[in-house]
Design a protein around this ligand. Structure first.
Ligand SMILES: Cc1cc2nc3c(=O)[nH]c(=O)nc-3n(C[C@H](O)[C@H](O)[C@H](O)COP(=O)(O)OP(=O)(O)OC[C@H]3O[C@@H](n4cnc5c(N)ncnc54)[C@H](O)[C@@H]3O)c2cc1C
Length: 223
């Protein structure tokens, strides 16, 4: 789906369906992000002729169509992030159980226990708010502000969980090829991907300031 301006419509954007094998359209390798996965590509249009028949929706509908699913998409990234965070937590609990230091398991140290407790609590809070927002979405609501909050909270806390996971693993967490090291790099990306944390905060603040106190969906008391 291509969002572009019609030649004679400079003010608005429209959406078009363009086959990737159309003459003048090529897909080139993107850059490799820090997770090492090859997950992006550039689509290059060079004299690619797009006709009115390829228009999706009406002229000027482009941004509405392109951004129409942004709330849902934002929420749908959260379970991915949560799954990575849960894996980091599980690996860390197992490591704390089995790694021997000073004649006993690492997990016998209260400072390590407290880190594990904070990681699990952050995970539980993050998962709970995502379930809440997704239930609202399922019920037909449009939890726009909640989606901003979920993406922000989940991404930030998953990264903290990953950081503590690496810390508790010590050298084993810093080693290339270790699962927890990869989870750390992967989770670092989600504070930027699909809208950075700063952009989520902008959205939340805008909603708070635009509504009367107590009327913002995410802060309104449930009845
Ligand atoms: C591998 C990869 C995969 C991606 N996948 C997706 C995807 O699936 N879906 C998707 O939507 N996007 C995706 N993106 C794009 C990603 O969402 C953008 O990189 C991100 O939105 C940041 O945009 P930018 O890189 O242009 O940074 P910039 O806009 O240049 O921002 C740079 C910094 O300034 C901050 N900043 C910018 N504007 C403001 C502002 N108004 N207020 C406060 N701070 C601000 C940003 O938060 C950031 O910290 C992907 C990117 C990569 C690298």
């Amino acid at each position: 789906m291509l969002i572009a301006r019609m030649a004679d419509e400079v003010e608005t954007y429209s959406a078009f369906l363009v086959d990737l094998d159309s003459p003048g359209c090529t897909v080139t390798d993107g850059q490799t992000p820090m997770s090492g996965q090859h997950i992006e590509a550039d689509i290059v249009f060079d004299r690619c002729h797009v006709t009115r028949e390829q228009l999706l929706g009406s002229v000027g509908d482009g941004l509405r169509i392109g951004l129409g699913r942004v709330t849902t998409n934002r929420l749908l990234h959260c379970p991915t992030v949560l799954g990575h965070a849960r894996r980091a937590l599980e690996l860390t609990v197992e490591f704390a159980r089995t790694r021997q230091v000073f004649g006993g398991p690492l997990g016998a140290l209260q400072s390590i226990q407290h880190k594990l407790a904070d990681m699990a609590t952050a995970y539980y809070a993050a998962r709970s708010m995502v379930h809440d927002a997704l239930a609202a979405l399922d019920a037909g609501a449009r939890p726009r502000t909640e989606a901003f909050m979920c993406k922000l909270f989940v991404a930030e806390n998953a990264f903290r969980i990953a950081d503590e996971a690496v810390q508790i693993h010590g050298k084993a967490g810093l080693t290339r090829g270790a699962e927890v090291e990869w989870l750390f790099r992967r989770l670092r990306m989600f504070r930027i991907l699909t809208g950075s944390s700063e952009i989520q905060r902008n959205g939340i603040a805008k909603a708070l300031l635009a509504t009367e106190p107590g009327t913002t969906p995410a802060t309104r008391e449930r009845t």
